[in-house]
Design a protein around this ligand. Structure first.
Ligand code: HEM
Length: 518
């Protein structure tokens, strides 16, 4: 009976139980679907962010989050030019989950470089990369007005008088270095030579002779670990707990202590007065409120200068050498220029003499036109910013970026833009007149406000413009002027090197040259 009852029960209630089960299953399924739907919707919004009306057009992409990263890593110029053809001078693309609004042409350059401080911030764009490397209290870790004061310190530390003192130091470093190429002819990697000479000359001139004398393998390792902090991944994520970031943090402390020890021993020995920037920062600089930079701030500023100048100058001089090796007839012309202007190939390469070498100047300007080391200059939008003369509005939180290399290599602005033609600059200078417009001073030196509208901006423009230009010109021109007195080079096996675009500053890949001692 019991069994039957239960059977009976089962049979009586079976449909109901079945209905209740079905209902709860249905409810579970519906809730599950909603949860999955919301999850997918959120994921989709991260992977394929929704555009607000009036946002610049988005470049289509296949891989969520990564967006256009792969294409950019392989052929950035092809990417920017194709998108410009399709969308015009303003468009955006997704890069590792971030919306990058690209602003091209002279007007696009102006929009980014002259953006108001309240609208767009370089600090917010760069700090996740730079603060752990440079350290606290300097550059993008401080208010913009403090950065402008720190730029004033460094600019004054790179005065004409100091550059005059640096010229013979650079010549000596270059002559000693090239004595290593002691065979009548041979094959060398010109990027390796450029990088080594850059750090030797920059440290000797700016950081001091103690730093230069300690440029051994242990310093190279510290520099390498610190430099590895400038990895694109650190642009996307703040302080990821990965091994390279731990090495970066240790290297930062070692480098800072290295500079602090030198300051200390200079003080003890009463030898603080030198021509280098270290001496200038600790002895002569003062903020507007009367405060002097602390030793730690001075050490962090020196780290920033070392890193700001190293890859920029070394890749630029490497590409200049590569273009010369591709156009070896220029060696004869560069020697003739020295003989005609300076009197002989033995004339001292002083600051004044180096400035007079206009063909050499043009070689450098042309190199920076085709291969500028910094290709993308970014700001983060602090609020919605309308783009002038368009219907577009950049939404708060996006990044805006200028990519002046695109206008620098556009036939709209330069004839035969892909050709290396230093002589084009003689004509360009005659054609372009300095506009009689407002002078602006952000706190470290006045400049024309219209300068940001130029299609040629390898040193940027506006408040964040480079202050290392005069030093970089002296450094690179002096190295090349010394080199042409000693050697001629050709591309090894006629091969023009490719560029590695996966690093923040694109570097030539294994650029071998055949050298002949003259
Ligand atoms: C800023 C290029 C060498 C120190 C910049 C910017 C560019 C640039 C494009 C602007 C970045 C932006 O707007 O986001 C170059 C090139 C160089 C060079 C092409 C060599 C060929 C140097 C050297 C130093 C230096 C040698 C130091 C001695 C700086 C500093 C800034 C700067 C302090 C200011 C950053 C700011 O205000 O946000 N540089 N640079 N640069 N550069 Fe250079």
């Amino acid at each position: 009976r019991h069994v039957n009852a239960s059977i009976g029960q089962k049979s009586v209630f079976a449909p109901l139980v079945k209905d209740a089960n079905t209902e709860s299953i249905l409810v579970t399924v519906v809730i599950g679907l909603i949860v999955v739907g919301v999850f997918l919707y959120t994921l989709k919004n991260i992977a394929y962010p929704k555009l607000k009306p009036n946002e610049p057009p988005m470049v289509s992409y296949w891989i969520p989050v990564l967006g256009s990263a792969a294409w950019l890593g392989i052929d950035p110029f092809g990417f920017y030019k194709k998108c410009q053809k399709e969308h015009g001078d303003y468009y955006q693309f997704l890069l590792l989950g971030k919306k990058m609004v690209t602003c091209l042409g002279a007007e696009g350059n102006n929009f980014v470089f002259n953006a108001k401080l309240a609208d767009a911030s370089a600090e917010d764009a760069y700090k996740s990369l730079t603060v752990p490397v440079f350290g606290k209290g300097v550059v993008y870790d401080v208010q913009n007005s403090v950065l402008m004061e720190q730029k004033r310190f460094v600019k004054a530390g790179l005065s004409n008088e100091r550059l005059q003192a640096y010229a013979p130091l650079i010549v000596k470093e270059a002559v000693d270095y090239f004595a290593r190429w002691n065979k009548p002819f041979g094959v060398e990697n010109i990027y390796k030579a450029s990088a080594e000479l850059t750090i030797m000359t920059a440290s000797r001139c700016l950081l001091g002779e103690e730093v230069r004398s300690k440029l051994d393998e242990s310093f190279a390792q510290i520099f390498h670990d610190l430099d590895a902090g400038f990895s694109p991944i650190n642009f996307v994520f703040e302080d990821l707990p990965i091994p390279s970031n731990r090495l970066r943090d240790k290297a930062h402390i070692k480098m800072r202590n290295f500079f602090l020890d030198i300051m200390e021993s200079r003080r003890k020995s009463g030898t603080e007065d030198r021509t280098d920037i270290m001496s200038y920062l600790i002895k002569q600089c003062q903020y507007k409120d009367g405060r002097r930079p602390t030793d730690v701030e001075a050490a962090h500023m020196m780290i920033a200068l070392l890193l700001a100048g190293q890859h920029t100058s070394s890749t630029t001089s490497a590409w200049a050498f590569i273009f010369l090796a591709e156009n070896p007839h220029l060696f004869e012309q560069l020697r003739k220029e020295q003989i005609n202007i300076l009197g002989s190939l033995d004339a001292p390469l002083t600051l004044e003499n180096v400035k007079k070498l206009s063909l050499l100047d043009n070689v450098l300007r042309e190199t920076l036109r085709i291969r500028p080391p910094i290709t993308n200059m970014m700001r983060k939008a602090n609020r919605d910013i309308p783009i002038p003369n368009t219907n577009y509005v950049v939404p708060k939180g996006s990044y805006i970026q200028a990519v002046p290399v695109i206008s620098q290599r556009a036939d709209q602005y330069f004839d035969n833009p892909e050709q290396f033609l230093p002589s084009r600059w003689d004509k360009y200078d005659k054609d372009v007149k300095v506009k009689d417009d407002d002078l602006v001073d952000y706190g470290w030196g006045a400049m024309h406000s219209s300068s940001a509208k130029s299609p040629y901006l390898p040193f940027g423009a506006g408040r964040h413009r480079c202050i290392g230009e005069a030093f970089a010109y002296l450094q690179i021109k002096t190295i090349i002027a010394t080199f042409v007195r000693l050697f001629e080079i050709k591309l090894h096996k006629g091969k023009f090197p490719n560029s590695d675009y996966t690093t923040l500053i694109p570097q030539p890949i294994n650029p071998l040259v055949d050298y002949v001692r003259i």
